[in-house]
Every structure is written in C-alpha cells, then in structure tokens.
Design a binder for this molecule. Sequence first.
Ligand code: ATP
Ligand code: MG
Length: 240
Amino acid sequence: MIQIERVPTGIRGLDPLFEGGFPKGRSILVTGEPGTGKTIFSLQFLVEGLARGEKGIYVAADEGPMDILEQAASLGWDLEKHIETKELAILNAGTYLSSLPGAGKDRHIDVHKAIGDLAAFANRLEAKRLVLDPAGPFVLIRDTTTRIQDQTRLLIKLLRTTMPTTNILTSYAVPRTGERSMHGVEEYLVAGAIVLEMIWKEGQLARSLVIEKMRCTNVKPAQYDFDIVKERGIVFQPIP
Ligand SMILES: Nc1ncnc2c1ncn2[C@@H]1O[C@H](COP(=O)(O)OP(=O)(O)OP(=O)(O)O)[C@@H](O)[C@H]1O
Ligand SMILES: [Mg+2]
C-alpha cells in the first residue's frame, strides 16, 4: 500500500497534529495578515530541514536576503553558515522574476519559465524544502480572477511535477471568512492550508493557528495558540 512520507515542520507540538508533518512533495499554503508569523514559520521549516541534512531554498519577495538573515539571527538561527556550505540558498524574487522575459511593463510572469529555472536550480542543489514567501509574485497577472486561478493552478502543478521539494507558499489574508487578496493563492489548489492570525483572548491579542486542510491527513479542526519566542521561533502553548 502507498505510504505517504511526512516532512516534519520543526515546530514542536505541531507535527503530531498532522501525522508527523507535511505530506512529502506537496505545497502547503500559509496565510496570514502582516506580522502573524508567516516568514518565521517558513524559516523554521527550513531550519528543521537543515538540521536533518536537507537542503533548502528560500525565495524572498518582500524582503532582501539580508533582512531574512537578520530575522533568522534574532531567533538564534545562523543561516549564513548554511549559505556558505551551499545547503541553503536565499533568492530575491524581485530580481529573479524581473530578469525573466515578459516581466516588463505588463508585469505578466511566465510561470513555466520562472518555475523551470527554479526547478533546474533546486534539482542541481538537491533541495528538499522550498519556500516562496510570498508566492503572489509568481502568479502576478493583470487579468481576470479566472486567469489568476489558472496561473496558480499551473504554479502548484509545476511545483509538484518539476521540483524535488516539499513547499511552503505564503499569502496575505484578510481576517477569517474574508476574501483572499487578489494576488493570493487559492486554498483549494494546495495540499494543505494553515492560517495564522491574531485573536482577542481575555482582553489581549494572542497568536493563533488553524489547520484548515491537510490532504491525506486526519486533522482535528481546532484553533491552536502559539507564541513567537526569541531563540526558539514558533512555540505552541503551553510551552512544553
Ligand atoms: N526575535 C524575535 N523574538 C520574538 N518575536 C519576534 C522576533 N522576531 C519577530 N518576532 C515577532 O514576529 C512578528 C513578525 O513575524 P513574521 O515576520 O514571520 O510575520 P509575517 O506574517 O511574515 O509578516 P509580513 O506579512 O509582514 O511579512 C513580529 O511582528 C514580532 O512580533
Ligand atoms: Mg513575512
């Protein structure tokens, strides 16, 4: 019988909630408003991979590689040494995507070309984990919603068929039950979807996480509290 391999996230307390980790080789969407922890979640996923000898690629769209290194360092993660040993690559999506043909004034991204180049790099590196933070620029298109969905579907398909990696795609979201942003990634297209948010709890804002879906996985619908802690990253409460 087919057994789905699991890819541990590195977030203590989270993996047991979905049978040990993300389904291997699939794309997981992490959505949340600014500051909810998408980047830290993604970095922790890569740091866990590095600790297991799995190479990783982080494609940053909103921040430069230096910002990412600083963010990681503030959490006690030294990524520079992994870049030097070529176990980790941090790419700037802006520079990368704008160098592609067709990325001029109509800002249309050729997903085939973008993912083709990335896949060639990922295969050369033998990367096991990939983060697109956020994934929106890869489906950037000035057209109708239907076409964005087509572009997104193509992105997910190409990631699945050409990449040797398990992927985190991040996306902005407005508060729960609201619509995703125009350049967001549709939840129904991905294998898993995790929502990070801030909720009011006993008169205070608290961080919370909901696993909205995880294909092939028995997940209990629930809202989980977490903290972002210096030197540790994302920590589920109560702190184990
Ligand atoms: N070293 C640290 N120690 C504790 N908390 C931190 C640390 N670094 C960042 N944080 C917390 O994490 C939050 C930012 O998380 P993160 O950058 O992952 O959010 P994001 O969802 O990626 O935001 P954006 O959408 O703006 O990119 C900060 O606002 C801060 O509250
Ligand atoms: Mg971020």
